[in-house]
Design a protein around this ligand. Structure first.
Ligand code: HEM
Length: 399
């Protein structure tokens, strides 16, 4: 096992192309100990077989408070929020939160959202039709998921701009990579907003997700007020930048492989398979974090109790042991075993919605903007951050 003195994550070559780092780790040190940019030690797991097994291993947990001693303030203040957040909780808390939220995300419910998503995509495309050049990230990939989730939560149209601004500021604050909820000004404003929205839906329920979460009851249990607020904010955050990255990184990959783009434009029936291949190739979420609740052996390496472990799903999704083509796009490839939505108990609750958004977006783009091309193919700029990989901007042109 190799130890790094400085963090590889801080290298500019990592930001430009993490897949070269992943390949080296996967081939030479599939379970390696390294450091985060903060200097904290972390174990990194990169092979598909190891990542898949680790995602299903109950000894690798999410909630740092369940394995490491933290200060009094942390235990009493932050723990309450972490315990209300499904993404960071462990069983039995996680089981309860997930069960209560699951109904709203049943595939049959999500399928009903298709016309609404199509309308959002069409409106965005309409605004861009006469522009010879535009930024695909700012003008399409960012607004589409925020409109979808706003509609789903029942946020009235007059509040979309405020909601959008808070959501972007919260995501930029790096909340996803934090061990706990970060209380920024925007987070407080959004919590206040959600409290008001929840109170309104208690008085007058609708058929939106907030009303469904309020009404959800399993074995006589319901979500508490704090859990309702945290869950609605989680849905907003977990479903936003991830989907932006699927659309932005996905279009970049397609335009970098013009014959594949043309294939899709000519045959929309290929789009569902193409979305799966894009998820495998571009990995909106690069890695997920866990803590060892006891000593755990992975790939012949013993990870000690309390250690922080990163499971690099993006490295697993480029593993030649499982996928015939690793770093290039092949929309006809069999990609069923990709881990882009994770696996095990934390498997993405929003996967059916994310897939539908990808499907509708690429259907509409291939049909209505088939002449799209990269405007600045030599200057691709990636956002900072380890967990998510997305573009700062994607200038495109059309004829
Ligand atoms: C392309 C888009 C998306 C990707 C790649 C993605 C990926 C993921 C991944 C990898 C996880 C698991 C994290 C872990 O194992 O630690 C996850 C969890 C989650 N995702 Fe997504 N996601 C996407 C879109 C969405 C959407 C649209 C929503 C909802 C609006 C959503 C809601 C959630 C929730 C609530 C969880 C927590 C599930 C749990 O902990 O049980 N995601 N997502």
């Amino acid at each position: 096992m190799q130890q790094h003195s400085d963090s590889p994550y801080s290298h500019s070559s990592y930001r430009a192309n993490p897949y070269d780092w992943y390949a080296r780790w996967r081939d030479v040190h599939p379970v390696t100990q390294t450091t985060l940019p903060s200097g904290a030690p972390v174990y990194v797991v990169t092979r598909h077989a190891d990542v898949l097994a680790a995602l299903k291993d109950a000894r690798l947990i999410k909630n740092v408070y369940n394995v490491r001693h933290r200060g009094w303030l942390d235990q009493h203040l932050w723990r309450r929020f972490t315990d209300s957040n499904m993404l960071k909780a462990d069983p039995p808390t996680h089981t309860r939160l997930r069960r209560l939220a699951s109904d709203a995300f049943q595939p049959r419910r999500i399928a009903l959202m298709r016309p609404g998503i199509e309308q959002i995509a069409d409106t965005l495309i309409e605004r861009l039709r006469d522009k010879p050049q535009f930024d695909f990230v700012a003008d399409f990939a960012l607004p589409l998921p925020i409109h979808v989730i706003s509609q789903m939560l029942g946020v009235p149209a007059r509040d979309h701009a405020r909601f959008h601004a808070w959501s972007n500021a919260i995501i930029a604050s790096g909340v996803l990579s934090s061990e706990r909820m970060v209380l920024t000004r925007e987070m407080l404003a959004l919590s206040r907003y959600m409290r008001r929205l929840i109170a309104e839906r208690r008085r007058t329920p609708g058929d939106d997700v907030v009303s469904q979460l309020i009404a959800a009851e399993v074995n006589g249990e319901r979500l508490s007020q704090t859990e309702l607020v945290v869950t609605t904010i989680l849905l907003l955050i977990a479903g936003h930048e991830t989907t932006v990255n699927l659309l932005g990184n996905g279009l970049l990959a397609l335009l970098q492989h013009p014959t594949q783009w043309q294939l899709l434009c000519a045959d929309p029936a290929r789009i569902p398979a193409a979305v799966e291949e894009l998820l495998r190739l571009v990995n909106p979420v690069q890695l997920v974090n866990r803590y060892a609740a006891e000593d755990v052996e992975i790939g012949g390496v013993t990870i000690p109790r309390g250690a922080h472990v990163q499971l690099v799903i993006a490295a697993a999704n480029h593993d030649a042991a499982v996928f015939a083509r690793t770093d290039t796009l092949d929309i006809a490839a069999e990609t069923g075993r990709h881990l882009a939505f994770s696996q095990g108990i934390h498997y993405c609750l929003g996967a059916p919605l994310a897939r539908l958004e990808g499907l509708v977006a690429f259907e509409r783009l291939t049909q209505r903007m088939p002449t799209l091309q990269l405007a600045t193919p030599d200057t691709i700029e990636w956002r900072a951050g380890l967990e998510l990989r997305g573009l700062v901007r994607l200038p495109v042109r059309q004829s």
